[in-house]
Design a binder for this molecule. Structure first.
Ligand SMILES: NC(=O)c1ccc[n+]([C@@H]2O[C@H](COP(=O)([O-])OP(=O)(O)OC[C@H]3O[C@@H](n4cnc5c(N)ncnc54)[C@H](O)[C@@H]3O)[C@@H](O)[C@H]2O)c1
Length: 269
């Protein structure tokens, strides 16, 4: 790992207390970036930031935030600027899932998932872009917004209609953000995982048994690996960090509006 690859990058990451957000924060900082970790769980975000600071290289700060609130998104951007002087990259990673069959979806399920996964992404993109525009264009490189989609950004799945709707929305925000923000020298890209072993998936695995879609815990992993994946294993946060780092780095400067799938080949079937 090149300890200077992301030197000079000041990066806000939402949902960074644990899971893929935390793994990306650690990976970015190990490559020289300064990272601001926003999360609903402020105490856990503080712990992750402390681990990063103990490891050395890039610095970390934590901020408690609810991504569904505009004021919290503005405050997280401000905290990044206050800690590091500016913001160059924003990674909108916070997300959740709660499976329901189509006819069982109610307004609470719809609002919870759409608010966190989609509305909050739009709010965060706006607040980050507002600050980037105010800072003025960087001399050589674009500012970067990175959105976390999913296999559910492109595949209809019968157990998670609202999650699919929310993540198709992330793809739309990536495309619309790219065409809307290019005049300000801001690129918008994203990545789309398949099955990543994190607290989100561990809960989803239980919930799929609760709604009767699977008979036992762990079955969803086995079925997806057998039926859907070309690479015959589930993934882990460290399978994701390389692509996220690429999108945060100068290596992706000429890309915008792209959603890269890191899903073991699920999306091609
Ligand atoms: N795990 C997977 O298999 C998988 C697959 C595809 C996409 N994704 C997406 O990747 C992203 C990260 O998922 P993960 O698996 O690491 O999840 P995770 O549950 O491990 O971590 C998500 C983090 O987001 C935070 N969060 C949730 N709601 C929030 C809110 N309102 N405000 C601020 N923070 C909030 C949580 O506290 C948590 O720290 C999500 O967008 C998810 O939809 C995950």
């Amino acid at each position: 790992m090149d300890p200077d690859r992301l030197k000079g990058k000041n990066i806000l990451i939402t949902g960074a207390a644990r899971g893929m957000g935390a793994a990306n924060a650690e990976s970015f900082a190990a490559q020289g970036a300064n990272v601001c970790l926003g999360d609903l769980d402020g105490a856990e975000a503080e712990k992750t930031a402390a681990r990063i600071n103990a490891a050395g290289n890039g610095r970390a700060v934590a901020v408690q935030m609810d991504v569904t609130r505009r004021a919290d998104n503005a405050a997280a951007v401000a905290a990044t600027v206050e800690a590091f002087g500016s913001i160059n990259v924003a990674l909108f990673n916070a997300g959740l899932n709660k499976p329901r069959f189509f006819m069982d979806i109610d307004e609470d399920n719809w609002d919870m998932i759409m608010n966190v996964n989609t509305k909050a992404m739009w709010l965060g993109m706006q607040e980050a872009a507002r600050q980037m525009i105010a800072q003025g264009p960087m001399a050589d490189h674009p500012y970067k917004i990175i959105n976390v989609g999913s296999i559910a950004s492109r595949k209809p799945l019968i157990d998670v209609t609202v999650y699919c709707t929310s993540k198709y929305g992330c793809l739309a925000l990536t495309h619309c953000g790219a065409v809307s923000l290019s005049e300000h020298n801001i690129t918008v890209n994203g990545y789309a995982p398949g099955v990543v072993v994190t607290p989100l998936w561990e809960q989803l695995d239980k919930d799929l048994v609760d709604i009767g879609f699977k008979q036992r815990e762990g079955q969803a992993y086995d079925d997806i690996v057998r039926e859907a994946l070309q690479i015959k294993r589930v993934s882990y946060p460290e399978d994701i960090t390389g692509t996220a780092s690429f999108l945060a780095s100068h290596d992706s400067d000429y890309m915008t509006g792209q959603m890269i799938h890191i899903d073991g080949g699920w999306c091609i079937q």
